[in-house]
Design a protein around this ligand. Structure first.
Ligand code: IPD
Length: 273
């Protein structure tokens, strides 16, 4: 199995690098933008092209592999996570940033086998940040090992949050409530506009916590493995085990910190993937 995983890893890295050059070439050019679930849920033809490149590349080598992709799902494909090798793909995470030319945007790809994450890759081709992890083998930024901060105290934590890509009034209210609850209790609040990069920043030790409600499996599957391989934890924001299809995530540098955040915030339960 490990030889096969080595082969998958080499193959996907090569494809992700190729896909990255599309994002690098297009980010500062004019793009035609379409909307999906609401007027801030954006998509461009480049999201679709990157996803196609990755899925075609993997399928041509491994015909039995399955996919959960952001844009395939938007086109009507059902999200189904079985025990089969499944690639969970966000072709451009941070599409809003990509549309505006803000260089915090990335490709996020995870491989799950028997529903367990084996490979996680988050690649920002603009800033040349390649975050990688394989189960049991550590996490890396551009090939150098990375580690979470080990912060355990909420009062000293730097926290990533996101408004998300929904205009739902109940969800927006809870995001703002959580901002109000956390801001006076932590060192600071940040937002990058890409869930996958937010999680990667926890892995890097640049921030101590990231949580979000309403994200999808493709936003967080790779980041989850990268955080855990960097020594951090991923849980459900209410404190239970993480479920990649639940549309809820809380990553932190330590379980102590994750639990403090979990006890502080108001919960929101979106419909599952
Ligand atoms: C979005 C980004 C954003 C997060 C949203 C995601 P997309 O992904 O990760 O940071 O707040 O919840 O949907 O649409 O750019 O792939």
């Amino acid at each position: 199995m490990s030889n096969t995983l080595d082969e998958y890893y080499v193959e996907i890295l090569w494809l992700v690098k190729q896909a990255g050059s599309i994002i690098r070439e297009k980010i500062y050019q004019h793009k035609d933008v379409l909307t999906k679930s609401c007027d801030v849920d954006l998509v461009t033809k480049w999201d679709q092209e990157v996803e196609k490149l990755l899925i075609d590349g993997i399928s041509s080598k491994y015909s039995s592999h399955r996919f959960i992709g952001e844009e395939s799902t938007a086109s009507g494909q059902k999200v189904e996570l079985t025990d089969a090798p499944t690639w969970i793909i966000d072709p451009i995470d941070g599409t809003m940033n990509f549309v505006h030319g803000l260089p915090h945007t990335c490709i996020s790809v995870a491989l799950l086998i028997n529903k367990v994450a084996e490979i996680g890759i988050v690649y920002n081709p603009i800033l040349e940040q390649l975050f990688t992890a394989r189960k049991g083998q550590g996490a890396f930024l551009n090939g150098a090992p990375i580690h979470v901060s080990n912060e355990k105290d909420l009062r000293k934590a730097l926290v990533m949050i996101e408004m998300g890509t929904s205009r739902d009034p109940e969800k927006t209210k809870i995001v703002l409530q959580n901002l109000e609850l956390l801001a006076p209790r932590v060192h600071g609040i940040r937002t990058l506009g890409s869930a996958a990069l937010n999680l990667s920043m926890v892995a890097l030790g640049g921030v101590d916590v990231s949580f979000e409600f309403g994200i999808h499996a493709w936003d967080i599957a790779a980041g989850d493995l990268i955080v855990r391989e960097a020594g951090g934890v991923t849980i459900d924001p209410a404190g239970g085990p993480f479920d990649v299809l639940s549309r809820r995530v809380l990553c932190a540098s330590s379980m102590e910190l994750a639990q403090q955040v979990s006890k502080t915030i108001v919960q929101y339960y979106p419909e599952r993937d």
